[in-house]
Design a protein around this ligand. Structure first.
Ligand code: WQD
Length: 334
């Protein structure tokens, strides 16, 4: 069966994608440096699927390690998740984000070329659209004008992949632009568990609900939105993971090309709507206070994912209540 190399395999999106691919019969070779995940995730993936990943600990910038992995394994396709991903954090540490999110991909691609592995799924982000002119956002929308180094790092890599695709038409590339992944696997064994204080909304809410943090800071309520708080397209992590199975099948079915898909639900929710839904489905209070806007944030962002439906036969099925319930359930089991 096809052997897939997954970078960031114990991370939030990586681990859920490993589960879906293993359950479809794919073999996985994984790499992670545990900068934003924990080794126990490997055991949880095995507990869920009954299968193991051939795992290497290390950093994507370590070319010799990548060459060792490609030498020891007959890899036919790569899914690259490994990246830092916190908007606010990236504004404070731009160079770390560019080294980790851009230089590492250049190292990966050079090793892929060396071993003639030419199928790549790249995890990009809706932040490449900057402040969208029109919502819902289609893949044809203008990209650029990014408002934070995280989004800019993803924009740079997309440009690199475009140049690569033109220079080497044998490459088959699928760029997935994620909106806001949230929630957890139904088993409650894997979920979003960032190291340290969470930067993203849902894991922060879960810690407040569990009284591990005192209160949620809502970053501004003076945006031009339904209630003044930020609106985003939240997508259940399992729906997102399943899209990657479709991405693998799509790349296996073409001879060359660069494909881009938005992965969202097509529906935007405000921060206050998330809090209300979370409190309702989990029957728990989430104390919050309105504070200043977070640098780098935009008002509204949600997807038009009809292209993924048409070309990948994929769409999100789980709703906001599933997302809030599964996120809390995972945190209760932590
Ligand atoms: C969501 C909303 C905040 C935290 C990020 C990155 C990237 C992407 C999705 C993959 C915003 C508000 C948040 C808090 C708050 N993933 N908020 N208090 O910034 O939309 O996107 O996640 O590419 O990681 O682009 O996600 O969860 O940080 O913020 O009020 O403590 O919640 O202002 O409106 P974001 P987020």
């Amino acid at each position: 069966m096809q052997k897939i190399f997954i970078t960031g395999c114990t991370g939030y999106i990586g681990s859920h994608t490993c589960v879906e691919l293993l359950e479809k019969g794919y073999e996985i070779v994984g790499l992670d440096n545990f900068s934003n995940s924990k080794p126990i995730v490997l055991d949880k993936i095995k507990e869920i699927t009954g299968k193991e990943i051939k795992f290497y600990e290390g950093n994507m910038l370590d070319k010799k390690l990548l060459q060792k992995i490609f030498k020891e394994n007959d890899i036919s396709l790569v899914i690259d998740f490994a990246a830092y991903k916190a908007v606010g954090d990236s504004v404070q540490k731009p160079i770390e984000y560019y080294i980790n999110n851009v230089s590492s991909v250049l190292t990966l691609i050079s090793v892929m070329q060396e071993f003639k592995v030419k199928s790549l799924i790249f995890s990009s982000s809706a932040t490449v659209y900057g402040t969208p002119e029109v919502v819902p956002i289609t893949e044809e929308a203008k990209i650029g004008g990014t408002t934070n180094p995280y989004g800019t790092s993803k924009l740079y890599v997309e440009g690199i992949l475009n140049d690569l695709s033109k220079a080497d038409p044998e490459f088959k590339i699928c760029i997935f632009r994620y909106f806001n992944p949230v929630g957890a696997h139904d088993s409650g064994l894997i979920g979003e568990e960032p190291n340290g204080i969470p930067a993203n909304l849902m894991p922060f809410i879960c810690k407040v609900a569990l009284k591990e943090l005192p209160c949620l800071n809502v970053f501004g309520n003076d945006y031009d939105t339904i209630d003044g708080t930020g609106v985003r397209d939240y997508i259940h992590i399992v729906d997102l993971a399943k899209a990657h199975v479709k991405g693998v099948e799509k790349l296996n079915s073409i001879d060359s090309g660069l494909l881009i898909y938005n992965l969202g639900t097509g529906r935007g929710y405000s921060v206050l709507e998330i809090i209300q839904t979370f409190e309702k489905v989990n029957n728990i209070k989430v104390p919050y206070k309105i504070v200043e806007r977070r640098p780098g944030d935009i008002a509204t962002c949600y997807a038009d994912s009809s292209k993924a439906f048409k070309e990948l036969n994929w769409q999100a099925h789980k709703n906001l209540e599933d997302m809030c319930r599964s996120a809390y359930n995972f945190n209760l089991n932590r």
